[in-house]
Design a protein. Structure first.
Length: 545
């Protein structure tokens, strides 16, 4: 296995070599960094048009390219003061990339930052996370968008499909699989970076977690990788977070909700301008899940994810995405099954696939409001994904003329069998958490966010959630939640939540964040009459995030 990995890396280096002289290799920007909101705001001012939202994280070099695009347009004048503040802050956070982008030969042969970023976080949890363990009736006989029927056979079996997983931490999703337990928790992360001229870069970010409930500290590598190349072709080997889709609160195919993967990734960190095709970005991810034993069945599938994002117009982005578990112990790994897994759509292949399309449209005449959506299916009829799940939303970056107020709404509907599979009974999970949308399958989720920018580093955000489970595929269950024909009917779980976040400067290099969230859950875990109230307090200091 080690030899084969070396051969793959060596082959990729040979392929990449012609591109190295023209690229500025740089580490990726953490997915929870405010840099994303800075760039999104500049796009809202009409200063950036070549951005792609469907593939993240961004490299620091790509962020520098976008900042330079905004700088060239802001020079014409007439922009609100916040736009200039945003560019000044990006210059503070991306000095190397903004200095050497476009003149890569000037980059020093060797450079390093022993502490490139750091964050100290305290989280207090009062409550308990929801389990997604739930029996779901799957009738089959699907159409498309709920119209028609017969694209998938009717399900003749009385036994339901089993949803699994957990939300991890109440009121805290998309956090690289970090789970905070009841009581006090401390999370310390810091990253160091190495640069080898403009050709290569490396990053290491350990994470130290301490929980009062367990009275123990856990140390693990959160991110750590080596990157070669850049611009239109980059190789990344190591452990990193990824997000495929235009959604803000979640995406169906892949997010950073669960623990980060050990991966080999080929991608174009920057937008590739083609002569005969649309401008595009792509990402190809190869990994392997951890070993699981579910209902006595051992599995350790390989994982492949791919995304192609295209821009037919400056204000239109279209994407095709794929996530697939395949092979490993306990399944048929013959050539015939591998071929059937590639084609999909059969009941006896050795893979589990989530795939679909997404779209993002910017409306310049409406203060650059963005409309976006994702449709992904657990199955397919010909090329069309069926058994659909959806993410749809809008983002108004300039609710007021100054651009200091913005608002976002996002809706998610997870199909009753989303993230479930008969071949891999543990489902589309990693360490028991969905690797796609944090709310799991058989769910509806409504999300509203308003934020006000006092300054580029001083922001107040108010968020509201309404989540429903149990609307789809209700069955009768016993006290443990397992299917029982003589049991009680599942209730509909309703969760209402509020969250307020204030970020502000602590010193020149340090930012502070305070967050308080509270949620009320009725028919907790689909048990009629059970209620649960959760609270979360979060305080943190971050260095150069």
């Amino acid at each position: 296995m080690k030899l084969s990995k070396f051969i793959v890396v060596a082959a990729c280096v040979v392929v990449l070599y012609p591109c190295l002289a023209f690229a500025l290799s740089s580490p990726n920007i953490p997915l929870d960094s405010p840099v994303y909101s800075y760039l999104e705001k500049l796009s809202g001012f009409g200063l950036i048009s070549s951005d792609v939202k469907g593939i993240r994280p961004l490299s620091q070099a790509e962020a520098a390219r976008l900042a330079k695009e905004a700088e060239a347009r802001v020079a014409a004048g007439g922009q609100p003061a916040l736009a200039a503040e945003l560019l000044d802050r990006l210059n503070e956070l991306l000095p190397r990339e903004l200095s050497y982008y476009g003149r890569e030969d000037a980059a020093p042969t060797f450079d390093f930052a022993p502490v490139a970023t750091a964050r100290l976080r305290y989280v207090y949890v009062d409550g308990a996370p929801r389990s997604y363990f739930r029996a779901v009736h799957d009738p089959g006989n699907d159409g498309v968008f709920g119209i028609g029927s017969g694209l998938r056979p009717a399900n003749p079996y009385p036994s339901p499909v089993q949803q699994r997983g957990t939300e991890g931490t109440p009121l805290f999703e998309n956090n690289d699989g970090a789970v905070y337990r009841a009581g006090s928790n401390v999370d310390l992360r810091a990253s160091g970076v190495l640069y080898f001229s403009s050709y290569a870069s490396a990053l290491v970010e350990p994470m130290l977690l301490w929980s009062e409930d367990a009275d123990e500290a856990r140390l693990r590598l959160n991110r750590g990788y080596v990157k070669l190349g850049g611009k239109g072709l980059e190789l990344e080997v190591g452990r990193d977070e990824n997000w495929l889709g235009p959604g803000y609160r979640g995406a169906i195919t892949l997010t950073n909700n669960a623990r980060n993967f050990d991966l080999v990734k080929l991608s174009s960190p920057e937008l590739v301008k083609t002569k005969y095709l649309w401008d595009l970005k792509y990402s190809l991810i190869f990994s392997r899940f951890e070993k699981t034993v579910t209902d006595g069945l051992e599995r350790q599938p390989f994982f492949f994810a791919g995304k192609l994002a295209m821009k037919p117009l400056d204000d239109l982005e279209f994407g095709i995405n794929l996530g697939r578990q395949v092979g490993g112990p306990g399944v048929n790994n013959s050539l015939g099954d591998i071929v059937r897994g590639i084609v999909g759509g059969t009941s006896d292949d050795n893979s589990n696939t989530v795939a679909g399309f997404d779209l993002r449209l910017r409306l310049p005449w409406l203060r650059n409001t963005e409309l976006y959506g994702e449709l992904s299916g657990e199955d397919s009829a010909s090329f069309w994904p069926i058994v659909e799940s959806y993410v749809a939303g809008f983002y108004l970056p300039r609710l007021t003329e100054s651009g200091r107020d913005d608002i976002r709404f996002e809706y998610f509907r997870g199909n009753r069998i989303l993230y479930t599979n008969g071949t891999f009974p543990e489902g589309y999970l990693r360490y028991n958490m969905p690797i796609g949308h944090s709310q799991g399958g058989a769910t509806q989720d409504f999300f509203l966010r308003y934020s006000h920018w006092f300054s580029v580093r001083n922001n107040l955000a108010l968020e509201a959630f309404h989540t429903r489970r149990g609307d789809y595929g209700r069955v009768t269950v016993d006290a443990s939640g397992r299917f029982d024909a003589a049991g009680a009917m599942q209730a509909i779980e309703r969760k209402n939540a509020l969250r307020a976040t204030w970020t502000f400067p602590f010193s020149k290099e340090w930012n502070a964040l305070l967050l308080y969230g509270q949620e009320w859950i009725h028919n907790y875990e689909l048990r009629a009459g059970d209620t649960q109230m959760n609270r979360l307090l979060r305080a943190e200091l971050s260095y150069r995030y």
